[in-house]
Design a protein around this ligand. Sequence first.
Ligand SMILES: Nc1nc2c([nH]c(=O)n2[C@@H]2O[C@H](COP(=O)(O)OP(=O)(O)OP(=O)(O)O)[C@@H](O)[C@H]2O)c(=O)[nH]1
Ligand SMILES: [Mg+2]
Length: 133
Amino acid sequence: MSKVVHVAVGVVLRADGRILIARRPDHLHMGGRWEFPGGKVEAGETVQQALARELHEEVAIDVKSLRPLTEIRHEYPEKTVLLDTWWVTEFEGEAHGREGQETAWVAVSELTDYQFPDANLVIIEAIQANRPV
Ligand SMILES: Nc1nc2c([nH]c(=O)n2[C@@H]2O[C@H](COP(=O)(O)OP(=O)(O)OP(=O)(O)O)[C@@H](O)[C@H]2O)c(=O)[nH]1
Ligand SMILES: [Mg+2]
């Protein structure tokens, strides 16, 4: 099996309890499915730096406060990912898809209505179990 891809993933929580999701562009791995915004940790970056960079690039928000949620290792047929997943509890900016992606703010109870990559089922369970108050 090839090396594990380390991915910084943000579960962005708004004051009303809704969570930000974005639709992956069709041409990418898991294209068309919904995701929590984020991306690969680059050489020389911490996971927190990668998350702040990716959320700025993808959905135009600036992270102000983070805390760990869970780490999920998942083997897809084509690659293995380590989804290093963080709550984003404070941020600035109006979220929108800077790469043309559709975005939505959804209630925790609605997350299961959307189609995510297979690895995300465990993240959604962690959200339901650990939702900060
Ligand atoms: N961002 C993100 N990636 C996820 C999630 N679930 C999941 O399996 N992945 C997988 O994690 C991998 C890396 O994420 P990515 O494609 O966002 O990486 P990136 O933003 O750096 O993209 P790039 O390579 O086009 O620069 C992809 O294979 C993707 O399918 C998720 O909820 N959010
Ligand atoms: Mg990405």
